[in-house]
Design a protein around this ligand. Structure first.
Ligand SMILES: [Zn+2]
Length: 378
């Protein structure tokens, strides 16, 4: 689950005396997961035993902490459906923050004075936060949908407030007048819901809005009453009643959200396809994309999740290449890396670029593996 407040408080954490261990590990395939975890921890323990950066006591405690992290991770099960990676941050004075991420970034363990949060914030940015407003003519409810999980339900208008007013409307009017009265009432009610929704949307730092109602008429009424700012952020709608079960709402909300995400991914791929010529604003395939990345041109790196390829890098300068040669910056020989795609993801995040893992059309990058939308053309 991507909790924005939790990420923000972690980002401002810093401890000079007791460094933070930041760990990212993919959770797919239990067997592979355990051996990968084990080799990562062993590697870090070895590195730790050779460093003189920390005091003997701190080193001992860090060793214990690493082993505890391994123990906890080895036996835990994912809390959320769709979790592909766990990010864990801990230190020797009790810091312990876990996140389940619906996307895979390169596996790694780091020990630094600050938590290494770049992949975490990238996940937060890739997974939009949707505000779901469900309203009928009596009441409305708001849910938050992030990374396919529904949370934070909130009532913004109650049935009780409506009842008295309806009784009043029924007293001594002709049929036509009564109908008009009910209509006025519904309009007033929809307006109130829309006003409250505007507050909730802004306070909850939502990215997009989904609207749901039991029928077309009520949906229309609600949509027409929305503040134009909310209308611009409205990206989907579906049929639902505010009192329906959370699970049913979740299924439909996910459907509407993923329909929109799919169309966004499709647009990104269309852009890349139309711009992938010499001098265009996109690259496809590992070679040209590495070159663009080394020039700082990558705006969004697009990756087929399962793709990997070996390559070379200079760890001094973050220089990457598919061929073994000398680093053009420091002249040292490039070192082989198991998966250069992982390094490209890291480098893109380091340059404050975005990383998009294909979720709906992975076959579009078959054999190519990566593509990029560029910030500028050289
Ligand atoms: Zn170098």
């Amino acid at each position: 689950m991507i909790n924005r407040d939790q990420i923000e408080s972690l980002m401002s954490y810093r401890n000079e005396e007791h460094p933070v261990v930041s760990m990212y590990i993919t959770t797919e395939l239990p067997k592979k997961f355990r051996s990968k975890l084990n080799s990562m921890i062993r590697g870090k323990l070895k590195e730790l035993s050779q460093t003189s950066r920390y005091s003997g006591n701190e080193k001992k405690n860090l060793e214990k902490l690493l082993m505890r992290m391994e123990e906890v991770l080895k036996t835990r099960t994912n809390r959320y459906e769709g979790t592909k990676m766990i990010a864990l941050f801990a230190n020797t004075t009790g810091l312990w923050e876990e996140f389940e991420l619906p996307v895979q970034y390169p596996n790694q363990v780091r020990i630094e004075t600050d938590p290494y949060t770049r992949p975490l914030t990238a996940a937060r940015d890739q997974f939009a936060r949707f505000c779901i407003l469900i309203g009928n003519s009596h009441k409305a409810k708001v849910y938050a949908l992030t990374a396919n999980q529904l949370s934070e339900e909130q009532d913004i208008f109650t049935e009780e407030e409506m009842e008295g007013a309806t009784d009043e409307a029924l007293q001594g009017f002709g049929e036509q007048r009564l109908q008009r009265n009910i209509r006025d009432h519904m309009n007033k009610h929809a307006k109130k819901i829309a006003e409250a929704a505007f507050q909730v949307f802004n306070n909850g730092r939502f990215d997009y809005l989904l609207v749901a109602s039991p029928n077309d008429r009520e949906l229309r009424l609600l949509k027409d009453n929305l503040h134009s700012y909310l209308q611009r952020h409205l990206i989907g709608e579906f049929k639902a009643r505010p009192e329906e079960k959370k699970e049913e709402i979740l299924t439909r909300a996910r459907g509407a959200a993923s329909e929109w995400e799919q169309s966004q991914e499709s647009k990104l791929l269309e852009f890349i396809e139309s711009e992938q010529y010499e001098g265009g604003q996109a690259t496809v395939d590992v070679g040209p994309t590495i070159k663009a990345l080394m020039n700082g041109q990558v705006h969004t790196l697009v990756v087929q999740e399962s793709f990997s390829r070996p390559g070379y890098q200079c760890s001094n300068d973050h220089y990457l290449d598919l061929a073994k040669k000398n680093c053009p910056h420091c002249g040292e020989e490039l070192q082989p890396v198991e998966d250069v795609i992982d390094e490209m993801v890291e480098e893109t995040l380091r340059q404050n670029g975005e990383v998009h893992y294909l979720q709906y059309y992975p076959e579009k990058l078959d054999e190519k593996g990566v593509a990029a939308r560029l910030r500028f053309v050289i």
